[in-house]
Write a protein that binds this ligand. Structure first.
Ligand SMILES: CC(C)(COP(=O)(O)OP(=O)(O)OC[C@H]1O[C@@H](n2cnc3c(N)ncnc32)[C@H](O)[C@@H]1OP(=O)(O)O)[C@@H](O)C(=O)NCCC(=O)NCCS
Length: 175
């Protein structure tokens, strides 16, 4: 049976932590995520409780998870960046827009279409909130991720920059 995708619940904060820490230990993590395993592993329970609560309800963020036979096998979060704030790279956001972050699929479920289902669920959530475009940033050399995003309808916007983890490209997809 294919994995099902749904938004997390606030009381699932410990599953959120486990999946995130596993993602940060993935060999691809240095090209994929802005924080290190060592930093994330020391965060207190309250951090994960707040993160889960913030992306389980409301219009600021939505974390989607793929679940196969009760096991969390992948995730992504749609995060609304408000105009006038700064993004994770310290760049000023000119107009409010949703960005896709934290894209991760466990090795056991790569190549199964789970990443596409996660992206579609995130895109639906953004569309329901009136947004017409979804963006993401990806390391230039994360070829597998770039290929997966292209298949999901993202194209390079032309913006390239040096971020926390090195050279990144922005990709965008209409909703
Ligand atoms: C990125 C990720 C979510 C993609 O999910 P996935 O299930 O692996 O993606 P898929 O296998 O469906 O698609 C990947 C594409 O890359 C291709 N690919 C596979 N291995 C590759 C490699 N080493 N180099 C380049 N392309 C590769 C696949 O053939 C596929 O291309 P296609 O759609 O043209 O056939 C997953 O690999 C992952 O979690 N990686 C670690 C974390 C990460 O990098 N996250 C992204 C942060 S921006």
């Amino acid at each position: 049976m294919p994995a099902t995708v749904r938004r997390i619940r606030a009381d699932e904060w410990s599953l959120v932590r486990t999946l995130r820490l596993d993602a940060l230990r993935d060999p691809a993590a240095p090209l994929a995520f802005l924080e290190s395993y060592d930093d994330a592993a020391t965060l207190p329970d309250e951090f994960w409780q707040a993160r889960a609560a913030g992306s389980a309800d409301g219009d600021h963020a939505a974390q989607l998870v793929a679940i196969d036979d009760d096991r969390w096998v992948g995730s992504t979060t749609a995060l609304v960046q408000r105009s006038g704030t700064q993004d994770h790279h310290g760049r000023l956001i000119a107009r409010s827009r949703p960005v896709l972050v934290g894209v991760y699929v466990r090795p056991s479920h790569r190549g199964t279409g789970v990443v596409g289902d996660l992206i579609e669920a995130a895109a639906d959530w953004c569309r329901e909130r009136g947004f017409t475009e979804l963006v993401l940033n990806v390391h230039r050399d994360n070829h597998r991720a770039v290929a997966a995003y292209r298949r999901a309808g993202f194209v390079p916007s032309g913006l390239e920059f040096t971020g926390v983890i090195g050279p990144e490209i922005e990709m965008v997809r209409p909703l």
